[in-house]
Ligand binder design. Structure first.
Ligand SMILES: [Cu+2]
Length: 683
């Protein structure tokens, strides 16, 4: 219902668009929208052009954060739930990572330089936002060309370039379009390089260089009642470090194709059809970007997926069908022994078929949304083989190949969201939901003890569990949204009770434990994915105060507590209490801002995952932008102004044995002082 959006800097300039304040998609009459029309000086949340990663924008939204495993590898977290629990849509498409350790996370498919906007459904995501939305829905869309208002074809475009000093980062991006009021064709691309390793106060983070190119083309058509869009995207991530994981990205490359057709009927009903196809290949290695260890390995993995959706919308009703499937493979090799092979994941299938209905209506000054979705998840895996001669490996292989790997899950989502205007300035928001998530393929089909766990990055070996049940969450939301033309404050509290939460617990599989001890004698005994019980609760808020026509204070705060209900342990990798506060000053052609990121210590850590505590810290960022002409914006800033040494609780552990500046197994430090420059030109 409530929808938060972050827009790129130029669009936000000079009060053109409300910055981080609530924007309503389904409730257009609510008065927050009116704020945008006021002459209040909206100073933007500063977009960190110092980072190539869209995750750094996501974490500015209330309740959102990222688990960072590398400069381009950020796993979305919302209110303590992360990874496959969060439905991340890129240009409307659910992206499947080609890598079983989520090195190519969905967010990595859209560089900041190509980003149009990123938003999330605050609170409980509606059933229409997707399948398996237990941790919410996040939507990132690339910058596109607009239709014009006349029949004359016009050329338009946007070019960006930037430099970041820490890591010797360069990027350039281009969007060029030819469009009139009916047709619209665009091409777009980006080039990004981070030539050096990132520095912190005390040394270098190894390896943390990055390299990514994208190229896309799209066509859109509209004629009043019909709308069509077709899009093709190629992405090519090259050698990119992931210091929190056992290997680095050598490449992650592939294509995504998607399209949507909408038709509005005379009765006001609208039908929408969409499709997507994704094909991606990935290679990772532990001996190219880092010093080769004793046991050199690389893995070659791929994913191919297809999706289709159909929905019909009339008088507040939406009914729809969705289906998608993804096929995954991952093989592990030894560069020094051509005969070595482990089929880590072979011929994995995860197919989803879903039907939903949703109704939006108003009643006695209440705006209500209720929905029901049923999803069938069918999963299967092919037989596996390995050349590893150890008896426990062969026993695990045989057990897996003899097991009934074909599993079906039936998921029921029920959502009820409501908002009520208590006064013209104050809305009450309530929500209740039941949401389910089926196990991921890694949680189910990881047949030998390895760390290929969709980016958990806790350093433990895991073994899967074919018999896992789906997670069932009961969610409640209560919030206020207070808004006047010069102030806003919207605290929301939430509670999730999750039955059958999937969590690693000590493995009782003797063959797995023996094999793990042989392959990795220094590691703790492996964990097995199992169903436990959990709860998460917390509060998040965003707020702003226009102090004068030039000065504004704004910020967000997020707190989440994640606990087991079956034991006294805490959940793993839960974001600590954090706040972002920004003071900004705006004139008609320029703006400056000083931002504080304050993060509390995290002492509520997971014993089961051997998780380390972290201390609190504060980091200050300075930014400014200048608009010398209507269509040109220059930006500059310094992140981590005082070069503070800090450890991000969600940043993982250093996996590199020979970094002289950082011990293996220590928390990875946050990036040190980093100055950046950027330019944006529209025509
Ligand atoms: Cu990988």
């Amino acid at each position: 219902m409530r929808y938060f959006k972050l827009l790129p800097l130029p669009l936000l300039m000079f009060g053109l668009i409300t910055p981080i304040q609530a924007e309503l998609i389904n409730l257009p009459t609510l008065s927050v929208e009116g704020i945008a029309g006021e002459a209040t000086p909206y100073v933007l949340p500063v977009i960190p052009v110092g980072s190539p990663d869209t995750g750094d924008l996501l974490k500015r939204l209330p309740g959102a954060n990222i688990n960072r495993n590398g400069p381009l590898t950020s796993v979305a977290q919302y209110r303590g739930l992360f990874g496959d629990r969060v439905n991340v849509l890129i240009d409307g498409v659910k992206i499947n990572s080609a890598g079983p350790n989520a090195m190519d996370t969905p967010l990595s498919y859209i560089p900041v330089s190509r980003l149009g906007d990123i938003s999330l459904y605050r609170g409980i995501a509606p059933v229409s936002s997707g399948m398996e939305t237990i941790g919410g829905t996040i939507i990132a869309s690339s910058k596109k060309a607009d239709f014009t208002s006349s029949e004359t074809m016009e050329f338009h475009g946007n070019a960006k370039a930037g430099y970041g000093e820490n890591g010797d980062k360069h990027h350039a991006a281009l969007l060029a379009s030819i469009a009139n009021n009916t047709h619209n064709f665009h091409i777009a691309g980006s080039v990004e390089r981070g030539n050096d390793d990132l520095e912190f106060d005390g040394g270098d983070i190894l390896p943390s260089e990055h390299e990514r190119d994208t190229f896309g083309a799209g066509y859109a058509f509209q004629n009043g009642s019909q709308y069509l869009t077709l899009q093709a995207e190629h992405h090519d991530t090259g050698e990119t470090g992931t210091p929190a994981l056992p290997m680095d990205i050598i490449y992650a490359t592939g294509e995504n194709y998607s399209g949507q057709f909408k038709n509005t009927f005379a009765n006001g009903g609208e039908i929408s059809v969409n499709f997507s196809y994704q094909d991606a290949d990935h290679k990772m290695a532990n001996y190219i970007l880092r010093t080769p260890p004793m046991m050199q390995r690389h893995a070659i993995t791929d994913v191919e997926s297809r999706g289709i959706g159909l929905s019909y919308n009339i008088s507040g009703w939406t009914v729809g069908l969705d289906a998608d499937n993804a096929d995954h493979n991952a093989d592990i090799f030894d560069p020094n022994n051509p005969l070595f092979l482990v089929q880590n994941y072979n011929d994995i299938e995860r197919d989803r078929y879903s039907i939903f209905g949703e109704k939006e209506f108003t009643m006695n000054n209440w705006k209500l949304e209720t929905g029901l979705r049923y999803t069938l998840v069918e999963m299967d895996a092919g037989t596996v083989s390995t050349t590893m001669p150890m008896p426990p490996a062969l026993a695990l292989r045989d057990d897996f190949n003899n097991a009934d790997r074909d599993q079906d899950e039936h998921l029921i989502d029920i959502v009820f969201n409501a908002s009520h205007a208590l006064t013209p300035q104050l809305d009450l928001i309530v929500g209740l939901a039941r949401k389910e998530r089926a196990p991921s393929y890694q949680e189910r089909y990881l047949w030998l003890p390895l760390e290929s766990t969709a980016g958990l990055a806790d350093g433990n070996n895991y073994i899967g569990n074919i018999e896992l049940n789906s997670e069932v969450a009961y969610q409640a939301e209560l919030g206020f949204d207070w808004h006047t033309p010069r102030t806003g404050f919207s605290p929301h509290i939430f509670y999730h009770n999750i039955n059958d939460y999937i969590q690693g617990t000590p493995s009782t599989n003797l063959a797995a434990n023996m094999l793990s001890a042989m392959m990795a004698p220094t590691k703790p005994a492996p964990l097995q994915f199992n169903n436990v019980d959990a709860k998460l609760y917390g509060i998040d808020a965003n707020w702003f105060i226009a102090l004068s026509n030039q000065w504004q204070l704004d910020g967000t705060m997020s707190y989440v507590r994640g606990k087991r209900r079956d034991t006294s342990d805490n959940l793993y990798r839960i974001a600590p209490l954090s706040a972002r506060t920004m003071l900004s000053y705006t004139q008609s052609k320029w703006t400056v801002g000083l931002e504080a990121e304050t993060v509390a210590s995290q002492r509520k850590v997971s014993d089961e995952n051997h998780e380390q505590k972290t201390a609190g810290y504060a980091v200050f960022n300075l930014s400014g932008s200048f608009q010398p002409a209507q269509n040109i914006t220059l930006m500059a800033g310094v992140n981590n102004l005082f070069d503070r040494h800090y450890e991000n609780h969600l940043g993982g552990y250093n996996r590199i044995s020979d970094n002289p500046d950082l011990a293996q197994g220590d928390r990875l430090p946050g990036i040190g002082r980093s100055a950046y420059l950027g330019v944006n030109v529209d025509w």
